[in-house]
Write a protein that binds this ligand. Structure first.
Ligand code: SAM
Length: 283
């Protein structure tokens, strides 16, 4: 195992703070600091950035972010048992680590580092991760408060986030992520890298905001993608019926064939459909 700082090995930290992984908190810890350093580097140059880290647990990734030169890290962790371990890291890097104990779904991260710039890095339980990702993609203000998101997901979810049309995994997540960001799957992380090992392989996804995404109201994009992918095997002339509008006219105006299926429609045309829907059936 790599020695990147003079702090004790993560196994000892976990033992000393009685941080046995809890399933209810989706805890699968990374113990290899070589790997966490690789993830930290995937977030890009951190020397001018405040990194908001969600779900640091015993701090393997936190240590890597600080070691790799993050100007500052603000870590949000729900598990009170992790506070002692995180405080030791804060003491080792004076003034560079702030710890917030709480549920990341309830913390307003937009206000944490008003001076900016900010990057977000997280290895979270999958359901919380997807929910947070959607929240970060759905910001009213765009470009948003962050320069990038570097996130761990189950591989299958990572493939959905980064999918484009024609990919098997293309769906609502790919459309929403593709509308506002450039999303790339960087590398896989095997089950064995975690303690305890999860059921499936994980992947790191890196997203950077597009500076000028096509204007669109997210709720209409949600409606269109829900209808279109709700019945992804069906042609659009069938699946979009549920919108309760003249969907054939909508398709024609968006330049799409009624016989196309959702998985063949590029993001820009989903945005066109969403904007047409907003005009003909505003809510
Ligand atoms: N980042 C650490 C690592 O890579 O070893 C821990 C990863 S573990 C998969 C997920 C962490 O997120 C756990 O420490 C868990 O307690 C924390 N967590 C789960 N739900 C959370 C939430 N809603 N808000 C903040 N932290 C959460």
């Amino acid at each position: 195992m790599a020695q990147i700082d003079n702090l004790p090995p993560l196994r000892d930290v976990i033992e000393r703070h009685d941080l046995r992984a809890k399933k209810s908190l989706g805890q699968n810890f990374l113990l290899d600091l070589n790997l966490t350093c690789r993830i930290a580097r995937a977030a890009g140059d951190l020397s001018n950035h405040t990194v908001i880290e969600v779900g640091p647990g015993p701090g393997g990734l936190t240590r890597a972010l600080l070691h790799e030169g993050a100007k500052k890290v603000i870590a949000i962790e729900m598990d009170p048992r992790a506070m002692g371990a995180l405080q030791e890291i804060a003491d080792h890097y004076p003034g560079r680590l702030d710890i917030i104990q709480g549920d990341a779904l309830k913390v307003d991260v937009t206000e944490l580092a008003p001076e900016g710039p900010v990057r977000i890095v997280a290895n979270l339980p999958y359901n919380v991760g997807t929910q947070l990702l959607l929240g970060w993609l759905e910001q009213d203000a765009w470009p948003p408060f962050y320069d990038s998101l570097t996130l761990m997901f189950q591989k299958e979810v990572a493939e959905r986030i980064t999918a484009t049309e024609q990919d098997k995994a293309y769906g609502r997540l790919g459309v929403i992520a593709g509308w506002r960001t450039h999303a790339d799957k960087l590398f896989d992380v095997s089950r064995e890298a975690f303690s305890p090992p999860p059921k499936v392989t994980s992947s790191i996804v890196h997203l950077t905001p597009k500076s000028n995404p096509l204007p669109c109201k997210l709720r209409y994009l949600e409606k269109i993608t829900a209808a279109a992918f709700g019945q992804r095997r069906k042609m659009l002339r069938q699946s979009l019926k549920s919108l309760g509008v003249d969907h054939l006219a909508l398709l024609e105006e968006a330049g799409l064939l009624p016989t196309q299926r959702a998985e063949t429609v590029p993001v820009d045309q989903f945005v066109s459909m969403a904007n047409i829907l907003a005009r003909i059936k505003p809510d």
